[in-house]
Design a protein around this ligand. Structure first.
Ligand SMILES: Nc1ncnc2c1ncn2[C@@H]1O[C@H](COP(=O)(O)OP(=O)(O)OP(=O)(O)O)[C@@H](O)[C@H]1O
Ligand SMILES: [Mg+2]
Length: 257
């Protein structure tokens, strides 16, 4: 069967072709429908670049990216991306930010507000629908940005360090919520994170990217059973897998990071 996402020998260089900055080099991998894949790797290794390529916001210098077997040439509503830096619209309420993809799709106001409220509730923000982004903490803004992308109901959800700014307890809570949403909606998720424990807790598979130019160093399957919860964090298999991922990142740092 055709995978939902396939990258074939993808490279990306920025800047002047005479003096290029090689961000990514010869990246190939697949993501199957319904899979949850996490990518970890050193800062500056090209992870955000990779997400922008998959979302069709950038074009690769070489290689190809296929969504459902079709080349990605431009952004598509089937692919939702939550950026590393939250980009809510400051002049819209939280509710109207979350409802934006539905508004763009022509969904009538009462209906799009209903969906947006459900998603805000899902992200623990039900009481903040009528507030403006500046009235929310950084972590709450991040959750609103995730709700907005879910409103688009994408086949593929791309998350760039979505919980980076959050405290450990909120982060663990949202990790469990994200797994719940993943199972509920059967969504395919590709997520970048710096947190090794988070990657192992969430993913079916962890990809380890090297330092720049980013190449895939390791692909580590995570055969932990579902549902995963607090007890998973003390499971010996979980602990062994986090050590394995940490070791793989360590290797890449020795290679010049
Ligand atoms: N628009 C751009 N123009 C030129 N160079 C860029 C651009 N965006 C990123 N880069 C460079 O590409 C490399 C990879 O950047 P990228 O943001 O993809 O890394 P990252 O893995 O997401 O890092 P972090 O973990 O810190 O977010 C970096 O050296 C960066 O300076
Ligand atoms: Mg980044």
């Amino acid at each position: 069967m055709t995978p939902l996402l396939e990258l074939r020998h993808v490279s990306k260089a920025y800047g002047d072709p005479a003096d290029p900055l090689h961000a990514l080099d010869d990246i190939s991998f697949r993501v199957e429908r319904g899979e949850f894949v996490c990518m970890v790797g050193p800062s500056g290794g090209g992870k955000s670049t990779l997400l922008r390529l998959i979302a069709g916001l950038l074009r690769p210098t070489a290689g190809e990216i296929l969504l459902d077997g079709q080349p990605v040439r431009e952004p598509s509503p089937r692919v939702g991306i939550v950026f590393q830096n939250v980009n809510l619209m400051p002049w819209r309420t939280v509710l109207d930010n979350v409802a934006l993809p539905l508004e763009l799709a022509g969904v009538p106001r009462p209906q799009r507000h209903k969906v947006a409220l459900e998603l805000l509730d899902l992200m623990g923000l039900a009481g903040f629908a009528r507030r403006y982004p500046r009235q929310l903490s950084g972590g709450m803004q991040q959750r609103a940005a995730i709700a907005r992308t879910l409103a688009q109901d994408p086949d593929l959800l791309l998350l760039d360090e979505p919980f980076g700014a959050l405290d450990a307890i909120t982060r663990e809570y949202l990790n469990r919520e994200l797994l719940r949403i993943h199972h509920l909606r059967k969504q395919t998720i590709f997520m970048v994170t710096h947190a090794i424990g988070e990657a192992v807790f969430l993913a079916d598979r962890v990809l380890v990217l090297s330092a720049r130019p980013g190449t895939i160093r390791r692909e580590i399957p995570i055969p932990l059973p579902h549902p995963r919860g607090e007890e998973t964090l003390s499971d010996p298999t979980y602990l062994a897998l986090t050590r394995e991922v940490r070791a793989a990142i360590g290797d890449s740092r020795e290679l010049g990071f």
